[in-house]
Design a protein around this ligand. Structure first.
Ligand code: ZN
Length: 256
């Protein structure tokens, strides 16, 4: 899905990045539902980035459908809070406020800490071995700078940790909080130095759990969340500055 093949828009001579896979038309679901799901996934995975302008015509071309189901899907995604439609200014992938992010991390830090503490008491030998294996795998992907694989394996790593806590309700609540931030994963992970730091933080978590040290495991999780939040906010600031700059230059160009 994430292959950046260039396609030529012959009508306007614009080269666009094709990032979405064409819709399979043999689906039993109504087309607008399939389009909606595909766009929702693209936003959650960060393929369509927070703050990015959404062009109906471009999405329709990439998905290989007409504009009508795309328009309907966008309207639905607006109700779900994934996109924002601004009169006369266009449609954008919704960003989150700093306050939203603070709120999510406040709860998540507490729950990740709880989960890690429980995992330190309840993890099985096989799970521990699996965690250690994942650290090696993530290290390899970092060496290859394969962000997509890193994000994927990071999710697997945390899923395994949640599972090791052996509390299904806790898993449900944490997963929901994590989902709300999924679309920022790529942005965070691309921030300079974050990959290496993440690996170190994961190592600290695994070490504490391996030793059955509940307090250190909890602290390691809290530290990991604190740093994740800090990085995300810094990365968002960079994006916001770039956008502000972009707006200024396009305004200046118009005024000429
Ligand atoms: Zn992590």
């Amino acid at each position: 899905m994430n292959t950046f093949s260039k396609i030529q828009n012959q009508n306007r001579g614009i080269v666009m990045d094709r990032r979405l896979s064409p819709i399979k038309l043999d689906s039993y679901q109504p087309l607008r539902e399939v389009v909606c799901e595909s766009l929702r996934e693209a936003i959650r995975n960060g393929v369509l980035k927070p703050g990015e302008r959404i062009m109906e015509i471009q999405l329709a071309e990439e998905l290989g459908v007409s504009r009508t189901p795309v328009r309907e899907a966008i309207r639905k995604l607006e109700l779900e809070g994934y996109v924002i439609m601004m009169p006369r200014r266009g449609t954008y992938v919704a960003t989150m406020s700093i306050r939203d992010i603070n709120e999510i991390f406040e709860i998540r830090t507490a729950l990740e800490s709880l989960s890690n503490g429980l995992a330190a008491e309840r993890i099985t030998d096989e799970e521990l071995e699996h965690l250690q294996r994942l650290l090696v795998i993530i290290g390899g992907y970092i060496a290859d700078n394969d962000i997509e694989k890193i994000v994927e394996t990071d999710i697997e790593f945390h899923d395994l940790l949640y599972h090791a806590a052996r509390n299904t309700r806790l898993v449900g609540v944490i997963s929901n909080l994590r989902d709300q931030l999924t679309r920022f994963r790529t942005l965070s992970m691309s921030y300079p130095g974050r990959l290496e730091a993440t690996l170190e933080e994961h190592r600290a978590i695994v070490e504490a759990i391996a030793q059955g040290d509940v307090n250190t495991a909890r602290k390691a999780a809290e530290m990991h969340m604190e740093n994740s939040e800090k990085t995300l906010l810094q990365a968002m600031e960079v994006v916001n500055k770039k956008q502000a700059k972009g707006k200024k230059t396009s305004k200046a160009a118009k005024e000429k």
